[in-house]
Design a protein around this ligand. Structure first.
Ligand SMILES: Cc1cc2nc3c(=O)[nH]c(=O)nc-3n(C[C@H](O)[C@H](O)[C@H](O)COP(=O)(O)OP(=O)(O)OC[C@H]3O[C@@H](n4cnc5c(N)ncnc54)[C@H](O)[C@@H]3O)c2cc1C
Length: 380
């Protein structure tokens, strides 16, 4: 058993953090304030091999697996989780092309994402169905060699900035619900695609989020990913892998909260002593540290298992759940330790407090993770 990171992974971690400090940090506050997506940073990240690095080299990626992706996501999220999403979630949705797509699809779509030239979005959630993933209503009706897609998608990351979307739609309503869905690659500029940016998010405001209306959008049958009717199972597999990335965001933001708090607790004095000299302060800092360490171990292990071809999807779900809990816990304590200053825009912890909450909501709410894991326990 070896818990150490290889030299390659250490170098990747240093490189990703340096990138974040040099490129992301200067842009973070303004992008948050103006809710501004950052294409120029995504492009630079692509040039540095930081996008889609889990994708093998033959399809344009760095080929450093999910562990490499976890490390990069962690390091960029230490600086800004919103901009980190613009980099690491540029592939979002394309995972299923890698797993289930044809060789032609992989060669056509994956390399430009890794280069930072194109962006994907995963369009699954609908206005009336989020957690209930079998409750989506978007329809794709076959018309000769094409499918015509009609429906509404909600909260789509990269929605107004993407070049392509992976859309989950019902093709076979006569089948049992889990066998009725198919996934399609839909060009974002296709006639009938209407994108509306959702403004006023609590956090991750540099990340683009949109509502997408699909009004009779025509795509050729070659745009099907994997098998017709297998979309539900492909989507479940997709979440099983991307949850690890969400867990990695949680490590990064939690670590940032701890680092900033330690710094502040050394600087701030009261009653003639450092804030960090009081036991109650040390308890807060130490509890953050312990949880981050546990989260990092859990997430690295889940990533390593994915790369080893022995995925443990329950562990991935646990890591994602624990990431949300840890990030919200750490951000809350970071604000508390900063006192009134923690409530003010000038101090980074207030942004991280807002950003952290999304980790308990997207890619499956914390309740959804618990329900899934609980069912597993009871079925044993
Ligand atoms: C910023 C942002 C980015 C996102 N990006 C994407 C994206 O790129 N692609 C995409 O497809 N989606 C995306 N989402 C959607 C996200 O995954 C959903 O919001 C999430 O899955 C929850 O769905 P919902 O909002 O419909 O809430 P609901 O499913 O309506 O849930 C409401 C509440 O009910 C709880 N609940 C649900 N079922 C049960 C139950 N059986 N018992 C008890 N409680 C229950 C939930 O846990 C939650 O607390 C994004 C969301 C946000 C906010």
């Amino acid at each position: 058993m070896d818990f150490g990171l290889s030299d390659e992974m250490r170098m990747l971690s240093d490189m990703a953090y340096k990138f974040a400090v040099n490129e992301v940090e200067p842009a973070a506050a303004k992008a948050d304030e103006e809710e501004k997506y950052t294409p120029e940073i995504r492009k630079k990240a692509g040039e540095n091999g930081l996008i889609g690095c889990w994708i093998p080299e033959e399809y344009g990626g760095a080929g450093v697996g999910f562990l490499g992706n976890t490390i990069i996501t962690e390091q960029i999220s230490r600086v800004c989780m919103g901009i980190a999403l613009n980099v690491t979630a540029a592939t979002f949705g394309s995972e299923n092309i890698y797993y289930y797509g044809t060789e032609e699809q992989k060669k056509e779509y994956l390399p430009p994402i890794c280069a930072g030239d194109t962006v994907f979005a995963g369009a699954y959630t609908e206005p009336n169905a989020g957690t209930d993933v079998a409750g989506y209503k978007t329809r794709a009706v076959q018309d000769g060699d094409d499918f015509v897609i009609t429906g509404n998608k909600m909260f789509i990351t990269n929605g107004t900035v993407c070049d392509f979307m992976v859309v989950q739609a019902i093709t076979d309503p006569q089948e049992k619900v889990h066998r009725s869905f198919t996934q399609f690659i839909v060009p974002a500029g296709a006639p009938g695609v209407i994108k509306t940016k959702i403004k006023g998010k609590l956090g991750i405001r540099a990340s683009d989020t949109a509502e997408i209306a699909l009004d009779g959008v025509r795509v050729p049958k070659e745009n099907i990913i994997g098998k017709r009717g297998a979309g539900f199972y492909q989507l479940m597999h997709f979440f099983d892998t991307t949850r690890v990335m969400v867990a990695a965001q949680g490590i990064g933001i939690s670590q940032a909260c701890l680092d900033e708090s330690v710094k502040y607790c050394k600087e701030r004095t009261m009653f003639g002593k450092e804030l960090g000299s009081f036991q109650i302060t040390l308890q807060k800092l130490t509890e953050m540290w312990i949880r981050i360490e546990a989260l990092r171990n859990m997430t690295y292990k889940a990533s390593w298992l994915l790369d080893s071809g022995k995925p443990d999807y329950h562990l991935s779900a646990m890591a994602k759940y624990f990431a949300g809990q840890t990030a919200v816990f750490c951000a809350n304590l970071a604000v508390e330790l900063h006192g009134g200053y923690g409530y003010i825009e000038e101090y980074k912890v207030q942004k991280w407090y807002r950003d952290a909450k999304i980790l308990e909501l997207y890619e499956g709410t914390k309740e959804a993770e618990i329900m899934t894991l609980g069912k597993v326990l009871m079925s044993r």
